[in-house]
Write a protein that binds this ligand. Sequence first.
Ligand code: ADP
Ligand code: MG
Length: 238
Amino acid sequence: MASIRIRNLVKRFGNVTVIPDLSLDIPDHEFVVLVGPSGCGKSTLLRILAGLESVNEGDVYIGEERVNTVPAAKRDIAMVFQDYALYPHMTVRQNMAFALEMRGMSKAEIEERVQKAAKLLHIDGLLDRRPKALSGGQRQRVAMGRAIVRDPKVFLFDEPLSNLDAKLRAQVRAEIKALSQQLRTTMVFVTHDQIEAMTMADRIVVMQSGVIQQVGSPEEVYEKPANMFVAGFIGSPS
Ligand code: ADP
Ligand code: MG
């Protein structure tokens, strides 16, 4: 488990500045929802935390470690995407075990971790199926299972519910929230959906054009929006 500290982060693509100067502290165990319109830099910020994107200026700390130049594989962070990218030729069990096998973990420990994560996510009856024999919601759970077995310090979610229908979305949303309370891991959850943000977050971070407009509890952001942008964004239907 770890806190996240971002200091004066600058990110450019070519000569386009996507994040001009961003600082943010996320305490250990917190469930933060990063919300903002499409193109505002949410995925870029997550990818920087995951080590999938470089930093132009500033510092990123995970726990006590400055991770600016630490490669993704060494960061102890798991990221769950909207497009789950499961391995189609592998069973659910194999999909979940793969990263652990790469680490050289013993078969017994791998099986134990897979079983535990599968129970937590209610997919323990599906371990021998292949992805094409699963529903969208089940695939999303397998993608989460793949992250959980790695026992990461930090979970990053990039719009993981976007491909699910409304009913399933509400269900998986509640499950992720319950999971965060069980695992007590630091989680950063990206969405452009205000409802998702309001119902899941310990704290909401509202972003516009790479700039944080407000950080606060759902109540604070809703009742005392820092500016017109936040008021308009949080107040409008998704
Ligand atoms: P969001 O996730 O909030 O929709 P992104 O972080 O994906 O936004 O994108 C932020 C901005 O950075 C957008 O203008 C996008 O076009 C640009 N961008 C993202 N990735 C790249 C890239 N690899 N090269 C150039 N521009 C990029
Ligand atoms: Mg995005």
